[in-house]
Design a protein around this ligand. Structure first.
Ligand code: ADP
Ligand code: MG
Length: 190
């Protein structure tokens, strides 16, 4: 299996879930997250806007819970520059407006850019992950590049409807492992 065929496989598995199955899995993932003792002094989080067309897990359940538990939480979303290609984290609040980019992902149109070193937790989109915490993204490498600018102790969290693979195919030297990944069945820490 190649990275490419693995991406197709896992995307198809996700797309074949019904709305009510996904909603049940989202709830199970939220329960796992609620039981997690997250790192101390966590205030700055970068999440992502889940794409319905790709049946991505509902990240809002998780960030809503964090906002409830951490009153001073600062939340950021990615803004990508397709030309370079490059990604930034933009701080958002209830007044932020969003605009869809080329991939249909809602991005903040205003808001200040966050220094990557300020981020305590990144919630990363993924298609699959393995038992060592390696992550398979959509193949553009935005996060692999971005995370090289984050602090060493920035917690990299994945969310997956499916259990880990034994080993991802075709790992590259720039692929960075996750620190944790939540599935409906377990919270894996690496
Ligand atoms: P994804 O992580 O989205 O699944 P890949 O790991 O296959 O995708 O990476 C996609 C591309 O991104 C790679 O072919 C590589 O050229 C580029 N890339 C990834 N990480 C880096 C990095 N740290 N520096 C420069 N280019 C990178
Ligand atoms: Mg990668």
């Amino acid at each position: 299996m190649t990275k490419a065929s693995c991406r197709t496989d896992y995307l198809n598995r996700r797309l074949s879930l019904t709305d009510s199955e996904r909603s049940r899995l989202d709830d199970l993932i939220l329960i796992r997250f609620q039981q997690w003792q997250w790192p101390d002094h966590l205030t700055t989080v970068m999440s992502y806007w889940p794409l319905r067309e790709k049946a991505e897990p509902n990240t809002f359940l998780i960030t809503d819970f964090m906002e409830f538990r951490i009153p001073l939480l600062r939340l950021a979303y990615p803004l990508i520059d397709l030309q370079h290609p490059h990604m930034e984290a933009i701080l958002v609040d209830e007044d932020t407006s969003y605009k869809k980019n080329k991939y249909g992902i809602a991005e903040p149109v205003d808001g200040s850019r966050l220094d990557p070193e300020e981020i305590d937790l990144v919630i990363l989109p993924l298609l699959a992950f393995d038992k060592k915490g390696y992550r398979l993204g959509y193949g553009k490498g935005y996060y692999d590049r971005y995370l090289t600018h984050c602090r060493e102790d920035c917690y990299k969290l994945g969310i997956s409807y499916f259990e880990p693979m034994d080993q991802l195919p075709g790992l590259d030297p720039y692929d960075l492992p996750l620190n944790g990944c939540i599935t409906p069945d377990a919270f894996y820490e690496f």
